[in-house]
Design a protein. Structure first.
Length: 175
């Protein structure tokens, strides 16, 4: 058996040179990700990214084909008042629709109304050009937004059709 004594001036031999490349690359990625998180910005998603609260509104009208959210959480409708657009979670403000995933107070009728509101929002967005105006974020970290079709808030359309209520002062009629 051989005995190895510690020598503080002797440098250890490196046998795996791949570690010398991987570690700095991982460190660089970690620093970049941390920078985006600290700046409060989502990861870049291209030139058509949704405007953030500081930017106010999107200059151009959008035309896009959305689906209902499943595994795709990039461009889709979650429910009658929440969508994902360009990878940003938008909570549409000034109106509220029932939740399609649970019947908090209205039972099966609430879920049915929620599904109708979600389907109508999907139809409105897929068949029209629209603009998006953002204004801060809610307590869940979603970007607050207003979507307008030919200048009209989609929330006003859903309210007029009996699929939504004003928020926060409207009566929760599905309960």
């Amino acid at each position: 058996m051989s005995v190895h004594r510690f020598d503080p001036h002797r440098r250890p031999r490196r046998t795996n040179s791949a570690r010398d490349v991987v570690t700095p690359v991982l460190a660089l990625l970690a620093v970049c990700c941390l920078g985006w998180v600290l700046a409060g910005q989502p990861f870049p998603t291209g030139t058509n990214r949704v405007a953030h609260a500081a930017e106010g509104s999107m200059a151009n009208e959008r035309r896009i084909q959305l689906g209902m959210c499943g595994r795709n959480r990039f461009d889709c409708v979650v429910d009658g008042d929440t969508i994902w657009l360009d990878g940003v979670n938008l909570r549409l403000q000034a109106y509220d629709t029932p939740e399609p995933y649970n019947d908090i107070c209205g039972g099966a009728a609430e879920v049915a109304l929620a599904k109708r509101a979600s389907a109508r929002l999907l139809q409105l967005l897929n068949s029209n050009s629209f603009t998006v105006e953002t204004a801060g974020s809610d307590r869940y970290g979603r970007t607050l937004a207003t979507i307008r079709i030919q200048g009209q808030d989609v929330g006003d359309i859903l309210i007029a059709e009996g699929l939504a209520r004003r928020w926060p002062d409207g009566k929760e009629f599905w309960c």
